[in-house]
Design a protein around this ligand. Structure first.
Ligand SMILES: [Zn+2]
Ligand SMILES: [Zn+2]
Length: 294
């Protein structure tokens, strides 16, 4: 295990209440419960939740230590609570599994997704309660709740560094500022507008695609890779560019950083509809290869 992951491996069983409080979130409402203030920590309205939001200034999330990975010295966690909630609904509708996947898990998963959305939109710091224990596999038929044996509050704040509004794919990263760069899929859009390059696929393919776009946006750093203009700043304070597959996926183009470029909206439309789109495609192929190698 990497040094950083080792560092945040929980060794004691601390109470969620104490950790949420330690993170700096307001826990005064935990006391409003019939057993009285001295039992605030076991208030069932809060103590089983997976996410906590403090009046738009802070988000606290429970994350499994086993789900984290370290890459290039950075600890991250990729998850999709929206997909998790849908999975629970599907299992619940299965006549053979009725009653096993609990409605309350769906509720908690969607609540956590909303907390992550809020953190992404407002670029709020995310404090992480690192959990270790028995994580139940709902697909395998586990109908008991996961059991946490140990917890700790990571002293280092995390941030949402990628949120895909069309799929719910999330990347949480330890010790870095919140999202700076967004594209047409990660910026909140009109609900009616369909992502033009969205493919109807499930599971890992989307994860990879989101990861490619994230890496291309980081590579471009807010500057159009064709004309060098800086993208506009969104209402949430992020820089907007559009990601574009140079050779379309439908024509066998690869979903890789070599074949994806970040463009200003004007150049993106031009790459699709311009009179010079064939020449542009050749240029962009060289751009993708050069910038990736750099
Ligand atoms: Zn441009
Ligand atoms: Zn495109």
């Amino acid at each position: 295990m990497s040094i950083q992951l080792e560092e945040i491996a929980p060794r004691t069983r601390q109470l969620v209440y104490d950790l949420v409080k330690e993170a700096g979130a307001d826990v005064s409402d935990w006391e409003n419960f019939k057993r009285g203030a001295e039992h605030a920590a076991s208030n069932p309205r809060y103590c089983y939740e997976w996410s906590f939001v403090d009046s738009d200034s802070l988000v606290v999330l429970n994350l499994w230590h086993g789900g984290m990975r370290e890459r290039n010295g950075v600890v991250e966690d990729a998850l999709n609570m929206r997909a998790f909630a849908h999975r629970i609904v599907r299992l619940r509708d299965d006549p053979w599994r009725k009653g096993e996947a609990k409605a309350v898990w769906e509720k908690r998963a969607l609540k956590m997704d909303r907390a992550i959305q809020l953190a992404a939109r407002k670029r709020l710091p995310v404090r992480v309660i690192v959990c270790e224990g028995d994580e139940r596999d709902i697909e395998a038929g586990d109908d008991e709740a996961s059991r946490v044996h140990k917890r700790l509050l990571d002293p280092v704040p995390w941030a949402v560094t990628h949120y895909d509004w069309s799929t719910g794919e999330v990347m949480l990263t330890r010790g870095v500022p919140a999202i700076e760069f967004v594209d047409q899929f990660s910026a909140p859009s009109d609900p009616g507008e369909q992502a033009p390059e969205k493919r109807v696929v499930e599971g890992s393919v989307f994860v990879r695609s989101a990861e490619v776009r994230r890496r291309v946006l980081l590579r471009a750093k807010g500057i159009c890779e064709l004309c060098g203009t800086r993208g506009f700043t969104t209402a949430a304070g992020q820089v907007y560019l559009e990601t574009h597959h140079v050779v379309p996926l439908s024509e066998g183009g690869a979903d890789s950083v070599f074949n994806v470029v970040a463009l200003c909206p004007n150049d993106h439309r031009r790459a699709h509809h311009g009179a010079d789109r064939v020449q542009l495609q050749e240029r962009l192929q060289r751009v993708g290869a050069l910038l990736t190698a750099a």
